[in-house]
Design a protein around this ligand. Structure first.
Ligand SMILES: [Ca+2]
Length: 173
């Protein structure tokens, strides 16, 4: 899908990484929402540093939802997670694991993010199946630990009693 650069500030694009607790597979979803303002924009700063002027002028390469390296991470998520938009970064996909606890089990959802991308809105949601509504996760606990001067590891635990659960990370600006 092509997104014209001149429309960049006229809409909010939401990208979603979905992690299936049963199979640990990861899917990427996206939706667009109309929005009329332009707020703090860490993406544009990031894009200016990783794309050439010619690439910046081509939304199919530098647009929020473009994936020029075909690694499954669109540029907005590359920016948030610390990827390189022109190199395969599948190792940056969020991880999900399960741990047994007295009341059932909990999901441990974890991802790395760049401190410079903190202005990108992140929401973690879960559902028991794709037919049920996604709900914002009430974090059982959350830890944020510095990995290095530019990166931090975010870990969220999610109590669950169902046999199956899906967790997704949404990023938007
Ligand atoms: Ca990519």
């Amino acid at each position: 899908m092509k997104v014209a650069g001149k429309n960049r500030l006229s809409s909010t694009r939401t990208f979603t990484l979905t992690v299936d607790a049963a199979s640990l597979s990861v899917a990427l979803r996206e939706k667009h929402e109309a929005k009329g303002d332009s707020t703090t924009d860490p993406y544009s700063e990031w894009a200016a540093g990783v794309f050439t002027p010619d690439q910046l002028a081509d939304a199919t390469i530098s647009g929020d939802d473009a994936d020029p390296d075909h690694d499954g991470l669109v540029n907005l998520l590359e920016c948030l997670l610390g990827g390189q938009p022109l190199a395969d970064d599948r190792d940056l996909l969020p991880t999900l694991s399960t741990t047994l606890i007295a009341s059932g089990r909990k999901l441990v959802f974890s991802y790395r993010r760049k401190l410079a991308a903190a202005g990108i809105t992140q929401v973690i949601e879960s559902t028991s199946d794709f037919a049920s509504p996604w709900t914002v996760v009430a974090y059982g606990e959350e830890s944020v630990a510095l990995v290095d001067a530019e990166t931090e590891q975010v870990t969220v635990t999610i109590p669950t009693s169902g046999a199956k659960a899906f967790v997704r990370l949404r990023a938007s600006r």
